[in-house]
Design a protein around this ligand. Structure first.
Ligand code: SAH
Length: 502
């Protein structure tokens, strides 16, 4: 192991982190990270790791470079493995070279893990290939940060003009007018295509293509600031036909996901892959109940005719206990199995169990009818489920003559996320959708953010997975603007997309 790893965090999209970077993050004792390194990458760090932020925050300045170096060296000397996580690539305008020199001078060992640099990635996500045989044989990465008052420029503007290279400027927005002027004075044509990409590869990406002569005025009018890259060259014109990322239907739109973190990944991914800025706000958490009664039920399974699962968590916990007592799928051989919805059915199939019954509609009333059609009336039914759940299913089955045992295997508990980030997203107008996948997510959401507060944000639209959830929402005085025809997570995401593109 090296003492210090200089790691490229990539340009923003967490999927562009390298596998090597993820592996090292998982080993490090200390992670020192920057403004431009996506915070969510910290989830790859160990729980015990010391995490130090050295970037800008709310207008404050970044931690001075000497302090960062001192911190990194101090921790490494204590024998700790340090991961120094920097936006993009550490050696491309990242001061990685300087940090490496300090580390070496301190007699410590280091390794560098290159990252995907913004100049290439933000351009690519804007539909601009930085080289293309029909347009340019070369590309130059240039700092746009040079002080314009400086007499002696380190740049050879004539060479940039002569080369016909694609020019990619980092840190250049504030100096954009000067950059464009110098390039035109040196001979780059005033009508040469030129593009800006801000917050490239993230859900907040924006970009536009202009001409060298107009670009500075246009950037100002559109309010472009750092972090943006500037691309100069004929390749910028390809955006018109090659654009892909910015076509995502929810790009830049904030979507709140209120599901328990354990269950949220499917929904989060549905929205993220469509471009949304996802705000995870897990208002509920799943807690397993004492396994004693579950063990009893599992050991007595032979008495039952039907096993009815109403949630993925019910399947997960029931199966866990079944294994813990040393049994396996064979114990279920004589039973008929029902799943209330497709995700629950999937959880059974994952465990090698094919449900005998999955209803067409995923609310209790339909399940009851379907089960009665299957002849459940005089049978013994076991329903492993949440402690607190709607009583319609057991009640109606009993009314029809079934002998029902409800077996609580887990409960949903109120979890206490800090609402600050969501409130900020509502305040700025970025959050457009708030999604609910169960009545308890609605109740718990309003336990954190009061209905009166929520009422102030007229732009917010509510999406509910089904009619029962929508009814709970109505109880708080809000209408469900969006409700899918099918009560599933992918259908909910699709319905939000339809609303956004309507
Ligand atoms: N080491 C980094 C660059 C750091 S310099 C890399 O390899 O990407 C900081 C500059 O990088 C910003 O001013 C901006 O010009 C550019 N930059 C970084 N991330 C960006 C992003 N997501 N979108 C657009 N530009 C970005």
């Amino acid at each position: 192991m090296a003492d210090v790893y200089l790691i490229g965090a990539g340009p923003g999209d967490p999927g562009l982190l390298t596998i090597r970077a993820r592996d090292i993050l998982g080993l490090a004792d200390v992670v020192v990270y920057d403004y431009l390194a996506n915070r969510c990458l910290l989830s790859y760090a160990r729980d015990e790791a010391e995490i130090v932020y050295v970037g800008k925050k709310g207008g404050q300045h970044t931690v001075p470079q000497e302090e960062i170096n001192a911190l990194v060296i101090d921790r490494a000397r204590q024998g700790k493995t340090v991961a120094r996580l920097k936006g993009g690539d550490p050696f491309v305008f990242g001061r990685g070279g300087e940090e490496a020199e300090e580390i070496v001078a301190a007699g410590l060992s280091y390794e560098v893990v290159p990252g995907v640099t913004a100049g290439v990635a933000a351009a690519a996500y804007a539909g601009i290939p930085v080289t293309h045989r029909a347009h340019t044989p070369s590309v130059a990465f240039i700092t746009g940060h040079e002080d314009p008052a400086k007499q002696e420029s380190a740049h050879d503007w004539e060479a940039y003009a002569r080369s016909k290279s694609t020019l990619v400027f980092y840190m250049g927005v504030a100096n954009l007018a000067m950059i464009a002027d110098r390039l035109m004075a040196a001979g780059r044509p005033p009508d040469e295509p030129c593009a800006l990409v801000r917050w490239g590869t993230t859900c907040r990406q924006r970009s536009f293509v202009s001409r060298l002569r107009d670009v500075a005025a246009e950037a100002r009018a559109r309010g472009y600031k750092a972090p943006s890259i500037i691309i100069v060259g004929g390749v910028c014109a390809l955006k018109g036909s090659l654009d892909w990322f910015e076509k995502r239907p929810l790009l830049g739109k904030g979507v709140v996901v209120t599901r328990a973190r354990e269950q949220a990944s499917g929904l989060v991914e549905e929205f993220r892959s469509r471009g949304a800025c996802v705000y995870e706000f897990p208002t509920i958490a799943v807690a397993d109940l004492d396994s004693g009664p579950v063990e009893q039920a599992v050991l007595g399974l032979a008495e039952y005719d039907w096993l009815v699962f109403t949630s993925v968590n019910g399947v997960r916990r029931f199966w866990e206990v079944l294994w813990e007592v040393g049994l396996d799928a064979r114990i279920l051989a004589g039973l008929e199995i029902a799943a209330i919805g497709p995700a629950t059915a999937e959880a059974l199939i994952d465990r090698g169990l094919r449900p005998d019954f999955v209803p067409d509609k995923y609310v209790a009333e339909h399940v009851v009818q379907g089960l009665l059609d299957k002849g459940v009336a005089n049978k013994k039914v076991l329903i492993p489920r949440a402690l607190k759940a709607r009583e319609v299913l057991p009640r109606e089955l009993e009314r029809a003559g079934a002998r029902v045992t409800v077996l609580p295997v887990y409960e949903t508990v109120l979890s206490g996320p800090d609402p600050a980030e969501v409130l900020e997203g509502l305040e700025s107008g970025e959050i457009v959708y708030v999604t609910f996948t169960s009545s308890s997510t609605v109740e718990n959401f309003f336990a954190r953010i009061a209905p009166e507060t929520m009422g102030r944000f007229g732009q917010a639209r509510f999406a509910c997975i089904g009619p029962v959830t929508a009814e709970t929402l109505a109880g708080f005085g809000f209408k469900a603007h969006i409700q899918p025809a099918e009560y599933t997570v992918p259908a909910l995401a699709e319905a939000v997309v339809r609303d956004a593109t309507a």
